[in-house]
Design a protein. Sequence first.
Length: 356
Amino acid sequence: MELVITTHIPAAATVLSGSLFLCCAGGRAVSLPDDREAIVTVIPADGSGRLMPAGCVIAPEDGRFSISAGCETARIVDWGRGRAELIVNFRATPFPEGMPKLLDTIDFVKGSGEQTHAALFRDGGLRLAVSTAASERSYAICAGNDGSLQLLDIGSERLIIVHASGCNESVSKSKRFYGFEFSPHPPLREMLIALDEDIGIIASVEGDSCFIGDGYLVSVERLGTVFGHERRVRFELSGREKQLYDTGIGYYSAPKKQHASPNETALALLECVLLGRKDEALELLSAELAAEVGFDGLAEFFGGYDEARPVPPFGTETQSGQNDLVMAGTVTGDKAVPFEFTVEGGVITDVSEAEG
């Protein structure tokens, strides 16, 4: 049985059942016994010192691989014929460098007329110290390593907005450390946290980029596609509640990227179909193929799926001898379906499901 290990950093060392294999991002196929478990340890080698090794147990089961229960840093994608891809993320160490450090301060007058001073500082995460003539308190805000403060008036309500960056946090996670929640999925992100005058959390948003635009709380998520698509979500604050205003797919923080290789062209088509980007998908096809199948025909041919991925390098059998034939696949749950694409002159002239 073959396994390819994919990481999000340029290089990593992989230990399989005590034998060391060096691999780079994109992976390298290794053979695993089909009759016993294998211990997989992936060691980050990005030089930052912030990422911790990831480990799990891989076991063969009915011609497929299964992963040890409770593993939050890796997942298995089954490519069929005894081949699988182990996709690994790394936990970041929770304590950022250079703490404690004062990051920003603001002064304001509460509705009660009380003069208030707020200071944002880094101390194992972001904390907000709020002082008045009568009291001083400190609050854990989020697991970021940098940030700033601003005031936002919504009607008669005055809010303190914390813009946090370098966050390794997700509010959906339940594991806590030093008063903060940490996610096992770098890269580090941004958060906006809206607090009332009594430092009660009114709303929060997170994403690769977060900001206030035209009075809305805005979250932008980079989707990691060939073209660089981003998902933008805007929220409005109504009273003391966060309400969804609109969502969109587009290019909000950077211009559209160009596909440079046949492999990128094939993967971009699957991504555009998944995102419902009709015009972009049809532009990747030859005029004849676009007229023949149309966008609806493409969507029906590929079927429903959750993700588009390049086919990992499983030895030589996934590599075509034809320069114009490339592969990419759709993933639903942990099951992948590979497709073959004929790319000529920068456009796709034919698509078929790979034999297997």
